[in-house]
Design a protein around this ligand. Structure first.
Ligand SMILES: C[S@@+](CC[C@H](N)C(=O)[O-])C[C@H]1O[C@@H](n2cnc3c(N)ncnc32)[C@H](O)[C@@H]1O
Length: 251
């Protein structure tokens, strides 16, 4: 291509790039505006709900702080909270039933939230000092700290379980009880978590998980563990089922 033609071509390309950059800038501004608008609407909605709950509390003479905190966290991060309200007593007790209070070693709870399952574990006779609570929501951590001062609280990502607990646990865990919204994660991540948990526990110890979905959070065919399921707990909103995984012999 002759030189003037090449220069012209370059100028044309530069012009196109500038136009594209200007468009990109406008689109980014538009997206940011939409995000800010969404956040404003979300905050207004959360405030409105909270106000209505407070009114309800005043009228009925009761306090439902945990539900409000839960709802607010759900509005902020629906996928990582995974539920609109804390688990019912019935579901929490069903989960706790799979933990032998007389067994040895720590009992690890993943995603304890405001503590309904923690409460059920204590009610079932698990000593508070055996509890290791892994929660990443700072608000929930503050509640757990004040309610269960004897438990070991780990503020962190339960999906990095091995790194979080490897040096913390002085002996194999007696059980891992999980309230994590496991099914929102890809199957490989679920599998890694359950396998890591089983490796941190003594042989035959249970990994206890609840879900609202009909299917098992991890299908048995993936291998290396046995699977057991509770009856569906209709008294929970939404109805839930408890799944128990144990390392099979030979893994
Ligand atoms: C469905 S709620 C269950 C809370 C409580 N166990 C109950 O039954 O009401 C899920 C909990 O898991 C916590 N969570 C979600 N992802 C987590 C993660 N990667 N690491 C630690 N906690 C997590 C959330 O903050 C929330 O407290």
């Amino acid at each position: 291509m002759p030189l003037p033609a090449l220069q012209k071509f370059e100028q044309k390309i530069e012009r196109q790039i500038r136009i594209l950059e200007a468009r990109k800038f406008l689109i980014e501004r538009k997206i940011e505006r939409q995000i800010r608008l969404f956040e404003k609407k979300r905050d207004n909605l959360a405030r409105k709900i909270e106000h209505q709950v407070r009114e309800f509390e005043r009228n009925k003479g009761i306090r439902i702080d945990d539900e409000v905190r839960f709802l607010r966290s759900w509005i902020e991060r629906p996928l990582s909270i995974g539920a609109v309200t804390p688990s019912s007593k019935m579901l929490a007790r069903t989960m706790a039933r799979y933990v032998d209070p007389l067994s040895d070693g720590p009992v690890v709870e993943l995603g304890p939230g405001t503590g309904p399952v923690t409460e059920a574990l204590l009610e079932a006779g698990v000593a508070p000092a055996r509890l290791v609570l892994v929660e990443f929501n700072p608000g929930f951590c503050r509640i757990l700290q004040s309610r269960y001062p004897e438990a070991t609280l780990v503020q962190g990502d339960a999906y990095s379980l091995r790194r979080l607990l490897e040096t913390l646990l002085l002996q194999p865990a007696a059980a891992v009880v999980s309230g994590l919204p496991l099914v929102t994660k890809p199957i490989r991540q679920r599998l890694r978590l359950v396998r890591d948990a089983l490796d941190l526990m003594m042989p035959g110890a249970p990994f206890v998980q609840f879900t609202y979905s009909v299917a098992a959070p991890l299908p048995k065919r993936l291998g290396g563990f046995s699977v057991e399921a509770s009856e569906r707990i209709w008294m929970n909103i939404p109805p839930a089922r408890v799944w128990v995984y144990r390392k099979s012999d030979g893994r």
